[in-house]
Design a protein around this ligand. Structure first.
Ligand SMILES: [Zn+2]
Length: 166
């Protein structure tokens, strides 16, 4: 997930326990959603070009051959409209999101798909999924970091920003 605007995150009153509890309860469903969208991206996407393959290896992806890229008009997000509003408060405004990484399925907004930094950013997330061992393993760690520290301060997000702009 690519954040162009790093200053918009506002924890709001939910952060204490209600939102973490809701995310915890929603995890199996979020994992199922992520798995379905990854599967569709793997089916419809293209493999990495040579230069992208090199970038994947550079940021630590162990299986670049499994990655598929899909360019879309609008990045999909799980849940209903009111959930998107909460997510937007929390830094995940879908209008500002340029890419989404679901392990080996990388979805990029069509107007940004040619930008190597965005591609590299999502590939760092692919490497992080590999390190965490599963879709839900990564998503749980990532979402809780975002809740605790804010989207732009989450360690996994900072690593993606640092390695994609290095
Ligand atoms: Zn990201």
């Amino acid at each position: 997930m690519t954040p162009p605007d790093l200053s918009s995150w506002n924890p709001g009153p939910w952060r204490g326990w209600l939102l973490p509890a809701a995310v915890y309860l929603a995890m199996p469903w979020v994992g199922w959603w992520a798995w379905r969208v990854e599967r569709r991206t793997l089916r419809e996407g293209r493999p990495l070009f040579t230069s992208e393959w090199a970038a994947a290896v550079r940021v630590g992806v162990r299986h670049p051959e499994k990655v598929r890229i899909l360019a879309v008009e609008e990045i999909p997000m799980p849940g209903l409209g009111w959930m998107h509003l909460i997510a937007a408060r929390w830094g995940f405004d879908r209008r500002h999101i340029g890419g989404l990484c679901l392990r080996y399925g990388i979805i990029l907004r069509r107007d940004l798909a040619a930008q190597p930094v965005i591609m590299a950013h999502e590939l760092v997330h692919t490497a992080q999924y590999e390190r965490h061992g599963s879709l839900t393993g990564f998503l749980r760690a990532y979402l809780f970091q975002c809740l605790r520290h804010g989207y732009c301060n989450a360690a996994l997000e900072r690593e993606a920003v640092a390695k994609s702009t290095a």
